[in-house]
Write a protein that binds this ligand. Structure first.
Ligand SMILES: CC(C)(COP(=O)(O)OP(=O)(O)OC[C@H]1O[C@@H](n2cnc3c(N)ncnc32)[C@H](O)[C@@H]1OP(=O)(O)O)[C@@H](O)C(=O)NCCC(=O)NCCS
Length: 192
């Protein structure tokens, strides 16, 4: 489904989620590999839970920005968010999921993170954005490193799967690491 683009990159664009996305999201969140990367859990939201979540993203909530990731065939690729935005201190957490494994490893995730980061830092004056990722997810860690995130610590053994313990890795990026002036999507002059 084609929809207005909020932020446009070279491989993907970001726009609003829509209720029409619910079946696609529900189909892909049945994939245990995906849900394990996201929450270290098995089954997650069903149709009703997914619908409620999509509806929540359409409401104006000051502390969360959630956007759909679409490719230029206008296919829903995933969703990316800034959550827990603190306007006093300019901090936020970031989350992302590309739903279909066929869309992984094509650079979509890296670009989507760059787009929403630049948006958050430019429009919401964010200074520090943090994320958490499981140590058994090297694809995500590599994608975040490509954007400029660096590891700042680990919660050792915080995830237990199949009797094995894995770390929760904490990563951050600051405004000083992001070159907004190189963000092609901004046509707004950054200096007078
Ligand atoms: C994590 C995610 C957002 C990354 O987006 P993506 O579009 O797949 O990532 P990119 O293609 O931009 O980059 C992936 C990088 O990881 C590398 N990679 C893939 N598998 C790897 C592995 N097993 N070990 C090390 N690196 C790996 C790729 O080669 C690529 O690096 P390169 O460009 O230097 O070659 C996406 O894969 C995703 O949503 N996965 C499922 C949900 C998830 O894990 N969400 C994040 C939870 S914290």
């Amino acid at each position: 489904m084609q929809r207005p683009a909020v932020l446009t990159g070279e491989k993907v664009y970001l726009g609003r989620l829509a209720l029409e996305d619910v079946p696609t999201i529900t189909q892909h969140t049945a994939n245990l590999e995906l849900t394990t990367y996201l929450r270290g859990e098995g089954l997650v939201l069903g149709v009703e839970g997914t619908r409620a979540w999509v509806e929540s993203t359409l409401k104006d909530t000051p502390d969360t920005v959630t956007l759909a990731i679409l490719n230029f065939k206008h296919e829903l690729v995933g969703a990316v968010d800034l959550r827990g935005i603190n306007y006093q201190h300019g901090t936020s957490d970031l989350g992302i999921a590309l739903y279909n494994p066929a869309h992984w490893d094509r650079g979509y995730g890296t670009e989507a993170v760059k787009l929403i980061l630049a948006y958050g830092m430019y429009h919401h004056n964010l200074y520090n954005v943090m994320l958490k990722v499981f140590s058994f997810n090297p694809r995500a860690i590599r994608a975040y490193q490509k954007v400029g995130f660096r590891e700042i610590g680990r919660r050792t053994g915080a995830i237990c799967l199949g009797g094995r313990r894995f770390d929760e890795v904490f990563m951050e990026i600051t405004r000083n690491d992001v070159h907004l002036e190189k963000s092609a999507m901004f046509r707004i002059p950054l200096e007078e």
